[in-house]
Design a protein around this ligand. Structure first.
Ligand code: FNR
Length: 378
């Protein structure tokens, strides 16, 4: 059987581009300003090379099993929260969630999802591991409601994105005037929320709702979740109380200072991420930030990483530097553009296979063996 898409990242992206509406492609491919942070994310990987060890006991099937937040997973690989997925295929989040469910890997649902909590949970399956990514609303009643609906649908790790309380200067989208949320894409959680219905005084999904009401509800969701004012450390006790005892992870940490603050505030994990270079132009490559963060807090909380993972060797490098898990963003979308679940399955299986092979060829049998002795900074 011919593969649905190339196993080479650049070719995969090129064929996705050819299939997609140019505005949708640019929305995902682009970053802030001159896109130097996007470039820095990739460049950071070339600063490290793998030092392969040979003639060690390595068997045909490497053990990539990892325990994260008390759950044993087949590999330390997680779906990054990515909103508006129906831009990439009509099946959108349903397709990506179903494949991550099949693979037994955690699926993170974005607050900017184009498919609601329950429908994604159904696609992800009864045995799926589900995390929920919060864009922290400015209204506490809405926050409580989103968290309650998430919990009742089996999302049990809370990922709070702290780098996107306002949208970055995304030049490709600005030039096109492209903003999916105004078109009603990526606002489904707001449209479905019972507390939002109370506040609005109507249910925008009711049979008799008008187009204008839908538009109002969509804007209400965008305005409350992209609040223009940063949430602050002092507000974390509210979030802890609203979420309960389950794990809370801060996504978008890039410095040792903030990672130490997360530890001091009793946070369970951080994800070293710069939103795929979409927020600040001219910022540190995320893998360079991972080096600082792991030096500061390794072992004190769970450390995730994203930004520029394009192949198995990249996963190897991030874990060897000290990440406990990695997340994948754009490659999954390019897979999604190739016939939905079929393309996502192809991309994720290829990535996992290349990673497993890299672990073995570098002389390791178990993913826990990866550490900095397997790398050299060049
Ligand atoms: C994102 N990302 C993101 N992050 C988040 O916390 N909530 C979200 O809704 C979104 N939405 C989103 C949409 C699109 C189209 C992209 C490309 C990215 C950021 C995402 O979670 C992750 O940090 C980066 O995508 C990781 O970098 P790579 O793997 O794309 O290089």
């Amino acid at each position: 059987e011919t593969p649905i898409a190339s196993t080479n990242y650049d070719k995969l992206e090129a064929s996705a581009k050819a299939r997609l509406d140019p505005a949708a492609y640019d929305y995902a491919a682009g970053g802030a300003g001159l896109e130097t942070t996007v470039a820095n994310n990739r460049a950071a990987f070339s600063k490290w090379s793998i030092r392969p060890r040979v003639m060690r006991e390595v068997y045909p099937n490497r053990n990539l099993t990892t325990t994260l937040f008390n759950k044993t997973l087949p590999a330390p690989v997680v779906m990054a929260p990515v909103g508006v997925q129906t831009l990439y295929h009509p099946d959108g989040e349903r397709a990506t969630a179903s494949v991550f469910g099949e693979l037994g890997l955690p699926y993170t649902l974005s607050t900017a999802t184009s498919t609601g909590f329950a429908d994604v949970a159904k696609a992800n399956g009864v045995n799926g591991t589900r995390w929920y990514q919060l864009y922290w609303p400015s209204d506490d009643d809405l926050t409580r409601s989103y968290l309650n609906v998430a919990k009742s649908n089996g999302y049990d790790v809370l990922v709070v994105t702290v780098d996107t309380w306002d949208l970055g200067w995304r030049t490709r989208d600005l030039d096109r005037g492209f903003f999916p949320f105004i078109r009603g894409i990526g606002v489904q959680i707001g449209l479905e929320d019972p507390v939002a219905h109370q506040k609005l005084g109507f249910n925008p999904l009711a049979k008799n709702a008008t187009a204008e009401q839908k538009q109002t509800a969509a804007l209400y969701h965008v305005i409350t979740t992209s609040r223009g004012i940063s949430p602050v450390w002092d507000r974390l006790p509210f979030l802890r109380e609203a979420w309960g005892d389950g794990p809370i992870v801060l996504k978008g940490v890039q410095t040792a200072e903030d990672a130490r603050l997360a530890v001091q505030h009793g946070i369970d994990g951080v994800i070293v991420s710069n939103h795929g270079g979409r927020q600040i132009d001219g910022a540190i490559g995320s893998l360079d930030a991972l080096y600082d963060v792991t030096n500061a807090v390794k072992g004190q909380l769970v450390i995730g990483f994203d930004g520029g993972i394009r192949g198995g060797a990249d996963i190897f490098k991030a874990l060897a530097i000290g990440a406990d898990f990695v997340q994948v963003g754009r490659p999954v979308l390019w897979g999604l553009a190739h016939e939905g679940a079929k393309g996502v399955r192809h991309v994720m299986k290829s990535l996992l296979a290349e990673f497993e092979l890299t672990v073995g060829l570098a002389g390791c049998q178990h993913v826990q063996e990866l550490n900095r002795t397997h790398l050299v900074h060049v």
